[in-house]
Design a protein around this ligand. Structure first.
Ligand code: SF4
Length: 341
């Protein structure tokens, strides 16, 4: 079915529901497609005669599947639209989860062609998001037809397909950064190409198939701006005595061992440190606690960076804490990642 700019294979959902005889099905869709949620539910219900529950909590990734609460209300299948599976999340649940891609239906030849003059050297690492991964081969053909060699990286266990990037995991790029001269990121937004710049230390070209824009210098300006912000956040924690270590409860964001390790590290140098857990992060949930000087987030790495201005108390990532404690050099600044081996 074509919904907005996306092709979503709802027909395969109908087949699976009929074949397996599921009765109550939970459906998760990304924020950007929520406006079409009722249409999707209507189609599925009318095609199968079964009941579908649309989970309207914000859903930003496959890390965020509320299988326990859906199971409790009797859901026997979860349909997760728009993200590719994260293996550790799938392993944790006893409920079947059907991952259905939302494939961007765009002509990207012109955008990829426009990126060619900006690519540095002869070997290009190509990386993209779940919405465009189905056209990865097409992207490779366009670049190679211009005489360049393309390398596609294999990610760690959190990454289900070659060449896929997540905001919390750049391993499909870092695994090949020594083998390429630059990276081409195909997708929208700033976070992924910035993560590539920080974590691979290679030149990055970002090609946005939605707008046709190709960016290089603008990314470098953004990188400087983020570095200034992050330097400020780390500096504000310099004299912190009491730390709150934030633990995410979403199934694919839980890093309890890391949080405990950080607590220990801080206590060893005479700091006070507390483990604080949350499902959905929000500044208001942290109000009412006794004064904390600095938060260290072990949940989704994007929270500390994207939501920087929402929190009155500085929030830093585990990698930034290492800079604060002198365990990592500022010149080795990287975005935090959730890795799985
Ligand atoms: S942890 Fe954050 S970046 Fe990673 S999949 Fe979840 S929402 Fe996306």
């Amino acid at each position: 079915m074509k919904i907005s700019n996306y092709r979503i294979d709802l027909e395969s959902v109908v087949d699976e529901v009929k074949k397996q005889g599921y009765n109550l099905i939970g459906v998760q869709i990304p924020e950007g497609l929520k406006i079409h949620g009722l249409r999707i539910i209507d189609f599925l219900h009318n095609s199968t005669g079964k009941d579908f529950v649309l989970n309207v909590d914000p859903c930003f990734g496959a890390c965020d599947i509320p299988y326990n609460s859906l199971k409790e209300i009797g859901v026997d299948l979860i349909i997760h639209i728009g993200h590719l599976p994260i293996s550790s999340v799938v392993k944790k649940t006893s409920l079947p989860i059907l991952f259905i891609e939302a494939k961007a239906d765009l002509k990207l030849e012109k955008t990829v062609e426009a990126s060619i003059p900006f690519l540095v050297g002869s070997k290009v690492g190509v990386i993209t998001t779940a919405q465009h991964i189905h056209v990865l081969e097409e992207i490779v053909e366009i670049i190679e037809s211009n005489g360049l060699k393309v390398v596609i990286g294999e990610g760690d266990n959190r990454i289900s397909q070659k060449g896929l990037i997540l905001g919390c995991n750049f391993s499909a790029a870092t695994s090949i950064s020594d083998d390429v001269d630059c990276f081409l990121f195909v997708g929208s937004g700033d976070f992924h190409p910035l993560g590539l710049l920080f974590n691979t230390k290679k030149p990055v070209v970002a090609a946005d198939p939605y707008t046709g824009r190709v960016r290089v210098d603008e990314l470098l300006d953004l990188k400087d701006m983020i570095l200034k912000q992050r330097y400020g956040a780390i500096a504000m924690c310099r004299h912190a005595k009491r730390f709150g270590i934030l633990l995410g409860l979403k199934p694919g964001q839980q890093r309890f061992d890391l949080a405990v390790e950080i607590k220990k590290k801080l206590e060893e140098i005479g700091k006070e440190a507390y483990l604080l857990s949350m499902d959905e992060f929000s500044p208001s949930k942290l109000l009412g606690l006794e004064k904390i000087d600095c938060f260290v987030s072990t949940a989704c790495p994007r929270i500390a960076i994207d939501d920087y201005l929402r929190y009155k108390i500085p929030m830093i990532t585990p990698a930034e804490l290492d800079i604060l404690l002198g365990l990592r050099k500022w010149s080795d600044y990287v975005f935090d990642q959730i890795t799985e081996f």
